[in-house]
Structures are given as structure tokens and as C-alpha cells.
Design a protein around this ligand. Sequence first.
Ligand code: GDP
Ligand code: IMO
Ligand code: MG
Length: 429
Amino acid sequence: MACIVVVGTQWGDEGKGKVVDLLTNKADAVVRYQGGNNAGHTVMFGDKKFITHLIPSGILQKTTSILGNGVVIDPEELINEINGLKEMNISVDKYFYISDQAHLVMPWHKKFDLLREEQKGNKKIGTTGRGIGPAYEDKIRRSGIRIGDLLHKGDFKNKLEEIVDEKNQILNFSFKINDETFNAEKLFLEFEKYIEKLKPFICNTPDLINNLIDNNKNIIFEGAQGSFLDIDHGTYPYVTSSNTLSGGACTGSGIGPTRITDVLGIVKAYTTRVGSGPFPTELFDKYGMLLQSEGNEFGATTGRTRRCGWFDAVLVRNAVLINGITSIAVMKLDVLDKFKYIKIAIGYKLPNGKISGNIPSSLENVTPVYEEMPGWNCKTLGITDYEKLPLEMIAYLERISEIVGASVSIISTGPKRENSIFVKHENLL
Ligand code: GDP
Ligand code: IMO
Ligand code: MG
């Protein structure tokens, strides 16, 4: 039995989807525990490319796929995703489960997400606009609607009327929008349709997951976003609104910490970030552009260009600590094939002139202190044999592993399932 949490160690888009897919053939279930359809996880096999947003990537291999209580669900988008998978001949019917306790992303959440971003002007977070922040806000202030509430139509209707009233007031008074209102009656009819489609999947998922564990099954907890987008540990306020760290897998799925056997940190061989917020190693020169183009760094959810920079070992070392990472998967090494040299940030020069190897309370105005390594300057895309990796790449991997304090269990040399090397490691599934 293994319960492995797959977690992003940077600002998301490290390649979590690819790794979850790689491990899924040995898993009995894959669970999403936080976030919503702000995530975009890419899986490529054969000539096909799939991007999952809300449904766990395990669904692509017809593995039991569970949306835990910590996830926020936009029912319309979830149904679109289910339909999209059907069009690609993947039926979710026998494999999909949704926690009755998961909160809903409602139309006002999406609207307020966009309006607040507009209001913030150049201080905007750069959210995905999927209503994630406002949905978690309502959850935390105890006024959200859970998907299980939809099963009790009378109560849901009453609740909806109350909430719609409040949201219309916000629309009118806070945002000065008077020509548009939410309509409870219309929404009720819309949600009646959603619930008919989603009802078969709704259940008590903490029971389901704990039962699977009791029966010695292998479970993957598929993290979304990355460690530095975590609401507590990220570059606040430029973060998402959930606990993206491995600890979130417990509260977001209803298992105890003693159940987790492994935490696999997904590490991109350089750094990217979508949206606003500090990014000490960001490159604005030809090297940044090369990372962007070679890595095809466009957001899988919004299509936005990802900001790119050198590998930041200070960040990832911290991610190893705060997630309890037991090994790392290093992704997208092939993207560095054309670099003559590669830099690793091993510390920061703080605004007061001092050098620190640790993360300060704010990453604004810090300057990275770099160590330089030779590049390998040859094509490594698709190499599957560790012995065939260039020595410079092995040295880079060893150095990363040494600085961040975690051993490497997976090496990724391309986007496809087969472009991967498993390094001997005791604890993976
Ligand atoms: P996630 O959100 O962490 O699942 O990552 P995304 O899917 O948003 O972004 C990762 C991107 O990198 C996707 O387009 C993947 O297909 C791609 N990818 C993953 N691993 C590799 C790799 O080793 N090499 C290359 N070139 N691309 C990769
Ligand atoms: P995956 O799972 C990268 C970023 C947004 C924005 C901030 C807040 O694919 O790695 P939100 O819509 O969550 O309120 O936006 O978080 N963000 C991501 N960046 N990958 C993601 O998911 C992200 N999900 C949210 O760009 O900066
Ligand atoms: Mg992504």
C-alpha cells in the first residue's frame, strides 16, 4: 500500500499531470484535494494531448478518480470536461466520484473574480478568472453552497434566494453595476439540470478513500498549482486561495497524515510563473525567451505566456521542507539542451545588503546569488536510459538534488509518457 502526494514545488505547471499519468498504471485511485478548474494538467501519450482541469488525470487510464472535499467545483465546467473526455472516447461513468462536501463555484464567484482584478489595476493578482478565490472566500466565511446541498432541492432553492439577494447587493453597491443581476429562479432551473448529470457521482469520499487505504490500495493525491501559490506559504497576496502543499491532501480529502507514505515533489528544471507576483530569477533577456520558446511555456488553462527564469534552488529547498518531500521528479530537462551554461540561484541578496540562503518574508526586491554550471549542448529529448544522459546533465541533477536536499526518483526528457527515466527509489508506488 502506498499513498503518495504529487505536489508542485514552484509556481505551478511543473509537469504534475505527466507524472500522475506515469504513476497511474500502478495506482488504484487518484484524488484531487484542492483548487478547481484553475489547474491545467497536460498528459501526452501516443499522438494525443489531454488537458485536465478539474477531473484527476487518472481518469485517462480509467482509474478511480475522486474530487475530494477540498476542491471547488464549477458544475458547468465540470460537465463540459466530462463531455470533452467522452468525445475523446473516455467515459467517466464507472470511475468518477465527487465529495458531497466540495463547495461550488457559482456565477457570482466568476464575475467577482474578474471585477476585483479590474479594480486592482496594476496590483492585480493575474488570476485565472475561474472564480476560485471568491468561492473559497464564501466557504471560509461559512456562506458557500456545497455540491451535496443540491440534492435537497427545497433547501437549495431557499438558500439560493438568500444568497442571490446578497450577491446582487454587492454587484450594485460595491461594483456599481445596476443593469445586470443574478436571477435565483433562472439559476435554480440551470442547477437542476447540472444536478441531474452529477448526482450519480456524488458520495462520501472520505469513507471511500479510507476504505481503499484499509484495503491496501495505492492512492495518488494529485496536487494542483505549486508550493509558492499556497495561501499560507506562498508569495502572498500573489497566491491562489487554497493549501496547495502536501498537508492540504489530508484536510482536502479526509485522511489523516499518518496515511501518507510518500511526497513526490515535481520540479521544473528552470522556473516559470503565470500571473503577477515576485519572481527573483526571472529573465528578461534572450535566455528567458529561449526557455519560453523551447519549453513552449504557455498556460494550459488560460493560454497566457508564462514568465521564465533560472532554477531557484532556494525556493525548491524550502518546498522540500514545507511539504516533507521524500523524492523529486525533475522535469523538462530537454528544454535546456541549447544552453551553453545554466544558472542556479543558491541564495538571495536582501534589500539590506545581506546574503541569505533562506527565504525571506518577502521575495520583493531580492537579487539572486547564482552558481553557474556548464550546459550539455546536445539533444536529450526522449532519452530513456540514464547512462545515455550527458555528464553535464547528470552533474546538474546531482547539484540540484544536493542543494534542495532530496533525491531524484524521476527524470523527464520530454512531454510524452515514454520520455521518462525512473531512478531506483524504494518508496514510489
Ligand atoms: P502541470 O500543471 O504541473 O500538470 O503542468 P502543465 O501541464 O501545465 O505544464 C507542463 C508542460 O510541460 C506541459 O505542456 C507538458 O506536456 C510539458 N512537459 C512535461 N514534462 C516535460 C518534459 O520533460 N519535457 C518537455 N519538453 N515538456 C514537458
Ligand atoms: P496547475 O495545477 C500555474 C495562478 C494564477 C494566479 C494565481 C491565482 O496547472 O499548476 P487563481 O485563479 O487560482 O485565483 O489565480 O495562481 N495559478 C496557476 N499558475 N499553474 C496553475 O495550476 C495555477 N492555478 C492558479 O495564474 O497567478
Ligand atoms: Mg498547469
